[in-house]
Design a binder for this molecule. Structure first.
Ligand code: NAP
Length: 256
């Protein structure tokens, strides 16, 4: 993953659906999985060669569930979590101050039951430039990295300008990239130039796939994974069939 030293699978598993089923933009409503179902999905992911999990405090109880479910094999996974966004009572609120950043990382460490979070990203609210220049969020993450509580850090961007600036200074960026949303493509190029890791979010358009495309999953994987900047595509799913077909599509994208 860029210059971080982490070796990550082409597909990572996103865990929004492990912990939150309100205030989300998926085509269908869903129940949170039971512990058994979540554990089965993690075992399947591991069996398919996936070693990367993406979570966040804003994903309801997802971090706590991962802490419980991964207590025996935590070291087999590269875990990405976030700071800055909280979601409660159906609403998001944001706090990017250094004090809150430290508290949030300490709380994530306790929830995930680990001594270090491999990657921590700022969960942007769209004000990428303010986050980069005014709050001191990244400086707080740099200090946490120096203390060994965080392995690498960066930002999950929402703007082109923010992404272009963050590419030069962060270890890892999370970027939306799919056939219907390519506006941040220059950010990928900038990340490649700076050896900054790139995690793709919403590669499958959060499930709103193009019905005119013959194989929209394959088309999305081809786009994301064939870009030289991409470290991994984070796909959110609760379906073992979808997880398997995503891994096959990723394999096809990289080998044909
Ligand atoms: P996504 O991965 O593009 O799409 C997930 C949706 O697609 C789910 O509803 C899933 O439903 C469906 N899906 C998965 N595989 C499929 C397949 N093979 N065929 C048909 N449908 C399929 O979007 P996302 O969940 O919004 O984003 C992915 C991850 O990125 C999240 O879990 C999260 O970790 C991260 N993320 C981060 C941010 C941020 O930092 N601001 C924002 C958004 C997302 P099933 O459960 O039925 O498979």
């Amino acid at each position: 993953m860029g210059h971080t030293g982490f070796q990550v699978s082409a597909i990572g598993l996103g865990t929004v659906k492990f912990g939150r089923n309100s205030g989300v933009n998926y085509p269908r409503s869903f129940e949170l999985p039971s512990d058994t179902e979540a554990r089965q999905l993690l075992d399947l992911a591991k069996g398919l060669g996936i070693n990367l999990l993406d979570t966040a405090p804003a994903y309801g109880c997802a971090e706590e569930r991962l802490g419980f479910l991964l207590s025996k094999d935590r070291n087999d996974w590269v875990i990405v979590s976030k700071v800055g966004e909280e979601f409660s009572d159906g609403q998001s609120r944001f706090d990017f101050t250094p004090e809150y950043t430290r508290l949030s990382v300490e709380r994530s460490l306790a929830r995930l039951r680990c001594d270090c979070i491999d990657v921590v990203l700022v969960h942007s609210n769209g004000e990428d430039l303010a986050i980069l220049h005014h709050y001191g969020t990244l400086e707080a993450l740099a200090e946490l990295k120096q203390r060994g509580l965080v392995g690498s850090y960066g930002i999950s961007i929402k703007t082109l300008e923010g992404g272009l600036q963050a590419a030069a200074t962060c270890d890892v960026l999370m970027v939306t990239y799919n056939p219907a949303h390519r506006i941040e493509e220059p950010v990928l190029k900038a990340c490649h130039e700076h050896s900054t890791g790139v995690l793709i979010k919403k590669a499958l358009s959060s499930g709103h796939l193009d019905s005119t495309e013959q194989d929209p999953v394959q088309a999305s994987m081809n786009l994301s994974l064939r870009h030289c900047a991409t470290s991994s595509v984070i796909v959110g799913t609760l379906s073992s069939d979808h997880l398997r077909s995503n891994v096959i599509a990723a394999h096809n994208a990289l080998t044909t």
